[in-house]
Design a protein around this ligand. Sequence first.
Ligand code: IMP
Ligand code: MG
Length: 174
Amino acid sequence: MAEIINELISEKEIDRKVRELGRQISMDYAGKEVVLIGILKGACFFMCDLAKRIEVPVCIDFMSVSSYGKSTESSGIVRIIKDVDDPVEGKHVIIVEDIVDSGRTLHNLTELFKERNAASIRTCTLLDKPDRRVVDLKVDYTGFVIPDRFVVGYGMDYDQRYRTLPYIGHVSFT
Ligand code: IMP
Ligand code: MG
C-alpha cells in the first residue's frame, strides 16, 4: 500500500497560528513563569516554535507516552515511557500536544499533574479532531480544528515517517 500526502495546512498558516497562540499565552500568564511539557515525539516541533513566541519566562520539559505504532486508530492505553525531568509541584504547567484525537492522552496527563500538585494545569494543542473524542476534555489553547482525517508533518508521523515535513498534510492510501 502506498501513501499520498496532500497539503492541508501550510507552513505559513502554522507560523501565523503559533505566533497567535504565543501572544495569547503571554497575556494569560503575564507576571508568571510557565512550564511547557511537550508530548514526544509529535509535539516537539510545535512546542519549540511555540516556546519562542511566548514572552514570559518559559521552562521546557518532555514526556513520552505510548503511541499508535503503525495503526491509525488509538489503542486507548496511555503508558508513560519517559517522565518529565523536573517536578511540577507548584508550577504553572501547559501540556503541549500535536493533536487531540480521543482526548485520552491529555485527559490522563491532566489528572496525573493534578495528583502531582501543579499550581495550575492548562492544555494546548496545535490540532483538534473533536469528532473522535471519547472523554470529556476541555482544551485551553487550540490551533486548528480539523475533520476526522489522519494527518502527518510538523512533528506528526505515520509509522515514524513524515515528521519532518514543514507543513501538515492529509494521508491517503492507494
Ligand atoms: P488521543 O489520546 O486519542 O487524543 O491521541 C492523541 C495522540 O494520537 C496524538 O498525540 C498523536 O500522537 C496521535 N494521533 C492522533 N491522530 C493523529 C493523526 O491524525 N496523525 C498522527 N498522529 C495522530
Ligand atoms: Mg502524540
